[in-house]
Design a protein around this ligand. Structure first.
Ligand code: UDX
Length: 433
């Protein structure tokens, strides 16, 4: 595995658990030391016990040496990150090309190079020509594309039991290598879709564009509901019974964040522009805009509940991670709202069950509390921005006793309005009367 971030570390552990010999590479020695020690450097339920088990089995090791990797691998999985470029929509491919140009000259024996990173379509073909030009093994290095669809919080299960496997190949040999590498998963009944390289790269961004569109669709309906005193949660429930529509990713609220959906739709638009088909994806501009408008709406609602006065008003923010069961704060809607309120002059106090360390490093100006109760203490307003179970199950009567004023905005439509109102709270939510 080239890269041991979210994707690479999970994939390394899971492949070792399936019985393969795995070597994980990263350029960050601190990360390698922690992983070698049985410690997962991020929050992912179920991953650490499996890491320890596979390390103990002797089938999994980590290294910082490309030479060792080149010598070791029959299949090299590219798992490095492709973040959004600064001040641009396009994906930053520096990590991808650094990995390729470092590894390629060391590849002296037949092997498969399988891309998993989410990349702009056309990258696999460019990687293939770079490898063909600089690998001593030349044509004996087969380049294939194998996009990854794992969700944070469910990464192990998504890797071991994916909805589908996609193999982008341009030869029989490439398909065979992938079928061997995933034999135990395929034997478990996972469907396989074999495509060309371009289609395989597109499947990943198309999937994320569709999911983002579905979320923004229901959030657009929430805007309309707000103007008509309708209830988007009931609207969504009624839509979900139509099996053509389905209820997943139709949950209205503060919208999507994280390390994938936002940057992937932007990179997709940037690539479409280069390909001269930007019109095909202009709707994604709207998907992005709807998503960001939810954050502005949350700030407006907060202002409304505080009678337009932010100064010296204490706001408890419940949630910092971009979604529950994660400590990932990349493009977190919760922290975006917290920052906007902080800049507007409010005293913002943030609590999250898992993402506090990451939030403190990235947002040192915000104030942090050690529990829901501590955050709520003396607050004039409580905002639920990430729907952790702990917040869903919070007792409104207990919280009402510690706040300065019982005002709550449910940014994820995760609470029972009747229960909170019965406990004396002014309850507001996105897309509901
Ligand atoms: C996503 C894709 O689901 C995954 O297939 C891909 O490999 C990586 O990107 P992830 O970023 O882990 O995974 O998060 P996901 O569970 O998809 O949630 C994305 C965001 O959408 C979160 O901020 C979540 O709160 C939000 N969301 C999700 C909604 O606002 N409403 C919904 O109905 C569903």
């Amino acid at each position: 595995m080239l890269g041991t971030g979210y994707l690479g570390a999970t994939h390394a552990v899971c492949m070792a658990s399936l019985g393969f010999d795995v070597l994980g590479l990263d350029v960050d020695p601190a990360k390698i030391a922690r992983l070698s020690n049985g410690e997962v450097p991020f929050y992912e339920p179920g991953l650490e016990p499996l890491l320890r088990k596979t390390l103990a089995s002797g089938r999994l090791r980590f290294t910082t040496s490309y030479e060792e990797v080149a010598e070791f691998g029959d299949v090299h999985f590219l798992c490095v990150g492709t973040p959004q470029k600064d001040n641009e929509y396009a994906a930053d491919l520096d990590y991808v090309y650094t990995a390729v140009t470092t590894l390629a000259p060391l590849l002296t024996r037949p092997c498969t190079f399988a891309g998993k990173s989410t990349v702009p379509v056309g990258t696999a073909e460019r990687i293939a020509s770079r490898i063909a030009a600089s690998a001593p093994a030349g044509d004996d290095v087969e380049v294939v594309w194998n996009p990854e669809f794992l969700r944070e919080g469910f990464a192990v299960d998504d890797t071991l039991h994916p909805d589908r496997l996609v193999f982008g190949v341009d030869s029989q040999r490439g398909e065979q290598a992938m079928r061997e590498a995933f034999a135990p998963v395929i034997a478990g009944g996972t469907p396989v879709v074999v495509t060309d390289l371009a289609t395989a790269q597109l499947v990943k961004v198309a999937a994320n564009a569709f999911l983002a569109t579905k979320i923004s669709f229901i959030n657009a309906m929430a805007e309309v509901c707000e103007a008509t005193h309708a209830d988007v949660t009931k609207l969504s429930e009624a839509l979900s019974h139509d099996s053509r529509i389905g209820g997943r990713f139709l949950h209205a609220g503060l919208g999507f964040g994280g390390g994938c959906l936002p940057k992937d739709i932007r990179a997709f638009m940037a690539r479409a522009g280069e390909l001269g088909v930007d019109q095909a994806l202009t709707f994604l501009t709207e998907v992005d805009a709807i998503n960001l408008r939810r954050r502005a709406r949350m700030v407006d609602l907060a202002r409304e509940l505080l009678d337009d006065t932010m100064a010296h008003r204490r706001i408890a923010i419940l949630g910092a991670a971009f979604k529950p069961n994660s400590d990932d704060i990349r493009d977190s809607p919760a922290l975006d709202v917290a920052t906007r309120l902080h800049h507007a002059g409010a005293d913002v106090v943030v609590y999250d069950p898992a993402a506090m360390d990451n939030a403190r490093i990235r947002y040192p100006d915000l104030t942090y509390a050690a529990s829901t109760l501590e955050a709520a203490h003396g607050a004039h307003l409580v905002l639920l921005l990430t729907e952790w179970l702990e917040f869903r199950e919070a007792d409104p009567a207990v919280l009402a006793e510690v706040v300065a004023a019982p005002n709550i905005v449910d940014g994820r439509n995760a609470l029972d309005p009747d229960r909170w109102r019965a406990a004396g709270w002014t309850y507001r939510a996105l897309g509901r009367p």
